[in-house]
Design a protein around this ligand. Structure first.
Ligand code: PHE
Length: 341
């Protein structure tokens, strides 16, 4: 019997060593230590053992059982650790691997310049207004003192959609809309940024579509001096605090008097260089005092109200500020160009 117990013990120990899974372990455990197991049978066989050997054999069986139970516990622990290790290995995240890189977009230069100009005017108390790009002939021309067949209509080659509808040629119709909206004739300071369209052949300096920003102030005492102050402030914010401005007489049907505004060259400081074609001045925008006819047709008493307006091409400002030599670069969307700003 002693031999039997010993050899059985050796046999289980060997089997335990080869165990791979918890379910195999449980099965083996019940086979050897369970109720109907080999070791339980030993206990039954104990009654046939000689009386004087009983305590010794009994103790041996118990010790063998305990040591096997211990081995099962250790094996269980080892298997569990192995399972966790395997799982960890298969789910390992290498935190040193480079991450997926995302291309971060940025604002188009035109949007940046629009926002820069908006910020300047918002700082002066102006509000931003928008209007439709498909406009009526009435708002785009007639109410801006440009009746049908007026020769000045040729200044802006237009793209008509129907007899009396066109793609707006400038942002000035938003002036008309805002004046009409302001039925109580409260003092008004607005800027209107937006796309405009002209029947131009695209080349280095022309585009059939571009962006304008218009500014309009109407109240009972807006003066040419206020316009000059506003223009100087704008020019210095855009092109540097050392800049001066110069107004040259011009003509727009919707303003009287009208001016063309030049800024002193920021490259040569007014001395004369290739940028300013030797003149020391660079033309930046058009402006003037709102023509009485415009105020009257929007229902304002021109003896009581006056106003000034200015209109600038955003592409022109961007071209001057950033030294760009082709207006088409804004629209061909070459990322190498766009990414520079
Ligand atoms: N609307 C004019 C243009 O497109 C610009 C302008 C606006 C001039 C306001 C004077 C006052 O040419």
């Amino acid at each position: 019997m002693e031999k039997k117990i010993k050899s059985l013990q050796l046999e289980v120990e060997k089997k335990i060593k080869d165990l791979k899974s918890i379910s195999d372990l449980n099965q083996l455990k019940s086979e050897y230590l369970g109720r109907k197991s080999v070791f339980n049978n030993f206990m039954k066989e104990l009654k046939d053992v000689a009386k004087e050997d009983k305590p010794k054999i009994g103790q041996m069986i118990n010790e063998a059982k305990q040591s096997i139970a211990k081995l099962f516990d250790i094996a269980k622990g080892t298997i569990e650790v192995k399972i966790v290790e395997k799982k960890l290995k298969s789910e390992t995240v290498d935190v040193t691997l480079p991450g997926k890189s995302f291309n971060q977009g940025s604002k188009h230069l035109i949007s940046q310049v629009i926002e820069e100009v908006e910020d300047i005017f918002i700082g002066l108390g102006y509000t931003v207004k928008e209007g439709p790009e498909v406009e009526s002939d009435e708002y785009n021309f007639e109410m801006l003192n440009l009746p049908k067949n007026h020769p000045a209509r040729d200044m802006q080659d237009s793209l008509y959609i129907s007899e009396d509808r066109l793609l707006r040629t400038h942002t000035s119709p938003v002036q008309v809309r805002s004046l009409l909206e302001n039925s109580k004739h409260e003092p008004m300071k607005i800027i209107c940024p937006g796309k405009v369209y002209r029947k131009d052949d695209d080349d280095q300096t022309h585009s059939h579509q571009f962006v304008q920003i218009e500014a309009l102030v109407v109240d009972e005492k807006a003066s040419l001096a206020d316009l000059k102050g506003t223009l100087l402030f704008l020019a210095r914010k855009l092109f540097g605090e050392q800049r001066e401005i110069r107004l040259r007489p011009s003509y727009f049907p919707f303003t009287e008097p009208s001016v063309e505004v030049d800024v002193s060259c920021y490259k040569c400081n007014g001395v004369g260089c290739s940028m300013c074609k030797g003149t020391g001045w660079i033309e930046i925008l058009g402006a003037g005092m709102v023509n009485n006819n415009v105020l009257e047709s929007a229902g304002y008493d021109s003896n009581k109200f006056q106003g000034f307006a200015l209109g600038m091409g955003v592409e022109r400002i961007a071209i001057l500020k950033y030294g760009i030599d082709d207006i088409r670069a804004f629209y061909t969307n070459d990322l190498r160009f766009n990414k520079q700003f």
